[in-house]
Write a protein of this length. Structure first.
Length: 342
């Protein structure tokens, strides 16, 4: 279907239960099928948690480059830390005009997954900045909790048990990114982040300014209106594969805008070793549209192809892509328009 706007869904009844809950589940299902995007209001995330996250981000990105580079992601063994401008390059795009700080579920240094060399699990690399880890962690826990509620609702809207996907959520590499787009008075109308789909199950994004666009089935780019009371929800690669394309990961990008902008996406994921393939109930006579992937390996393969420091490690033979690694930008609505998925 061709959409021309992004639906706004009030999830108050979903969070509280009772009357109206089934209607919200239905709205989420329609958005996932027809658009791949929605704006979520009535989510119940305390404003003080959001303010604490924003304050921590503003203070961190205002630090000198030497201070930020002390936690450079390229010195990490599990993809955590500071991402300088130009470090991340999407398929066919110039380096993004942004900087970021990446974190995920904070495991101890003696966690078995970390000790075994898992490339996406382990401890965070916190900067030496007062009152940073506390508010960032508090926000992470809150938005992750909202994500689990939505994940169960997605299962229900497919007519399945609420734990269809949630049973695979114990220690997932669900990444929170703190992204800063500096003020640029000369910015023209080019993407600040190249067009892409998200690699995980779905994303819950908190922006601070406009700029996000999504593409519809005709290839037209649609602006996502900025709302300071909403999270932007979008379907990721893994739900597209799991549902055999019933849910579609809609391609999106960020336009360059003159104003300073922050963005805080939580990329909600399932456990690293979860095998994701089209579920039989969604596969017709023609068979599945997608090969299966291991959730963490798919995320790592896509990440390794888009980060400069990981591309260097690939070139040097320090790391290798999984045997069934997909090329960048091979899923999503725009990819479906140009070629059938395999």
């Amino acid at each position: 279907m061709t959409f021309t706007s992004i639906p706004v869904i009030d999830v108050t009844a979903l969070m509280a239960g009772g009357d109206g809950r089934d209607a919200v589940v239905g709205e989420l299902g329609r958005a996932a099928r027809e658009v791949g995007f929605a704006q979520i209001i009535g989510h119940g995330i305390d404003r003080t948690l959001i303010d604490g996250l924003k304050d921590a981000a503003e203070r961190f990105f205002a630090e000198p480059d030497d201070t930020k580079m002390s936690v450079y992601i390229g010195n990490s063994t599990n993809h955590r830390g500071y991402v300088p401008a130009g470090e991340e390059v999407f398929a066919g795009a110039t380096p993004d005009h942004k900087e970021a700080y990446d974190l995920s579920i904070d495991l101890s240094a003696d966690d078995p997954d970390y000790l075994a060399g898992n490339p996406l699990l382990g401890p965070n690399r916190w900067p030496a900045l007062d009152n940073f880890a506390g508010p960032v962690t508090a926000y992470y826990d809150a938005i992750f909790g909202l994500g689990r509620v939505i994940l169960r609702a997605f299962a229900e809207t497919l007519g399945e048990s609420p734990d269809l996907f949630d049973r695979y959520v114990t220690t997932p590499p669900a990444q929170l990114r703190m992204i800063h787009y500096p003020h640029d008075p000369s910015a023209d109308d080019r993407p600040g982040i190249g067009a892409h789909t998200d690699y995980e199950v779905f994303t819950l994004l908190l922006p601070t300014a406009p700029g996000l666009q999504v593409v519809n089935a005709e290839g037209t780019w649609i602006d996502v209106p900025y709302r300071d009371d909403a999270f932007v929800l979008n379907i990721g690669d893994l739900l597209e594969i799991w549902t055999n394309g019933i849910f579609t990961a809609t391609s999106h990008r960020v336009r360059k805008v003159a104003e300073e902008r922050y963005s805080f996406p939580l990329f909600f994921n399932v456990d690293y070793d979860t095998w994701v393939e089209p579920l039989d109930r969604f596969v017709g006579e023609d068979g599945p549209r997608y090969d299966g992937v291991r959730a963490g390996e798919h995320l790592f393969a896509q990440t390794a192809q888009s980060f400069v420091y990981l591309r260097r490690r690939l070139a040097d033979g320090e790391i290798a892509l999984p045997d069934n690694a997909r090329p960048l930008y091979s899923l999503g609505r725009e990819a479906q328009r140009s070629a059938p998925a395999v």
